[in-house]
Design a protein around this ligand. Structure first.
Ligand code: HEC
Ligand code: HEC
Length: 292
């Protein structure tokens, strides 16, 4: 199944010319190995660190609905909007099956659909602009391989006006620098959008980046109200926490005092983070300016 898709993509990329296709056949084993690595990276980004399913997979009383991975339907009912997470499986009618790789990439990183309309909140558009070219390609490649689900949905309604765009075309984004803090910063912002939830919101609807990680945003749901906590090294934040306590909160949803944490943080997905990713996150959180 995966091999078939990889071949289809490669053949498309080669423009379908017979000569090019013959050239590709000679290269196939190496190309396939590369494709497998890209798909594995994409699966990790979508299912673990990016936790796209936290919004795009509908929830039942027992957790994510079986057979509905990434098929959409979760409703975010807030004063400024009633947003419905769309179906991002490859179903051609009700999902993104008809979009090209470039169109899907542009939707994820720039918030623009193929028809030119803008994707609204709570899709974390401001932060996804920072996704590296490699990771964006991996996410797109993986989304092509998830089972298509037919799931027609109502459209989102925004009572606020969306900006004409989230910024100029992104162009190209390199990988983060190879240090723990830089990798952790990339993970906490562009990929896992920790900082979107854990940074106070300005009246304009944008995060107050001057108070990065200070917490305070409220989330209402069937669980009641949860308040994003202060993640900075201040005494009101994670100042007194050990690295192991921070990791337990992220991956198991248990606070330093043993209290189980409430949704909507994607603990279940984050449980699959690698040890390196977790130590990068801790290094980054420890590097934030302390905020009261
Ligand atoms: C916090 C919730 C949230 C997260 C996390 C999230 N999304 Fe979304 N996404 C949404 C909502 C809501 C919309 C629709 C907004 C609208 O209707 O304008 C959307 C729209 C989209 C669209 C446009 C689809 C269409 O048919 O219009 C794509 C593609 C997409 N998301 C992909 C992703 C991927 C890939 C990830 C993970 C890397 C992700 N999203 C993470 C909430 C989220
Ligand atoms: C969708 C919003 C959201 C996202 C994304 C999110 N969090 Fe959270 N987080 C919360 C909320 C809300 C709480 C508080 C829950 C409670 O008090 O029951 C929390 C709690 C925590 C705690 C426990 C703090 C304490 O004092 O108990 C830590 C640590 C944490 N988050 C780190 C992270 C990291 C690191 C990431 C990214 C990998 C992340 N969060 C992503 C919303 C989010």
């Amino acid at each position: 199944m995966r091999t078939g898709l990889a071949w289809g993509n490669a053949a498309r990329a080669l423009g379908g010319s017979a000569a090019a296709l013959l050239g590709f056949l000679a290269l196939a084993p190496a190309a396939r190995a590369q494709d497998a690595a890209l798909l594995a990276r994409g699966k990790h980004l979508v299912e673990v660190t990016g936790a796209c399913g936290n919004c795009h997979t509908p929830l039942g009383p027992q957790g994510p609905l079986p057979g509905m991975a990434l098929a959409g339907g979760t409703v975010f009912d807030e004063p400024p909007f009633r947003a419905v997470a769309p179906n991002i499986t490859p179903d051609p009618e009700t999902g993104v099956g008809r979009w090209t790789d470039a169109e899907l990439g542009r939707a994820i990183r720039e918030g623009l659909r193929p028809d030119g309309s803008l994707i609204g909140p709570p899709m974390p558009m401001a932060l996804y602009r920072g996704l590296s070219d490699r990771d964006l390609a991996a996410i797109v490649a993986f989304l092509r391989t998830v089972p298509p689900v037919r799931h027609p949905l109502e459209r989102s309604v925004y009572r606020i006006s969306l900006p004409p765009a989230y910024g100029p075309p992104v162009g190209s984004v390199p990988e983060p620098a190879d240090t723990a803090v830089a990798r952790g910063e990339y993970l906490a912002n562009a990929v896992a959008h920790c900082m979107e939830c854990h940074t106070p919101m300005l009246p304009t609807g944008q995060n107050d980046r001057g108070r990065l990680g200070a917490g305070g945003m409220e989330f209402r749901g069937p669980w009641g109200v949860s308040v994003a906590r202060n993640l900075t090294p201040h005494a009101h934040g994670l100042g007194g926490w050990t690295d192991a306590q921070i990791v337990t909160a992220i991956t198991r949803g248990v606070s330093a005092d043993g209290r189980p944490l409430m949704p909507p943080m994607a603990f279940g997905a984050y449980a699959g983070m690698t040890r390196e990713e977790l130590s990068d996150l801790v290094a980054y959180l420890r590097s934030l300016p302390p905020q009261p």
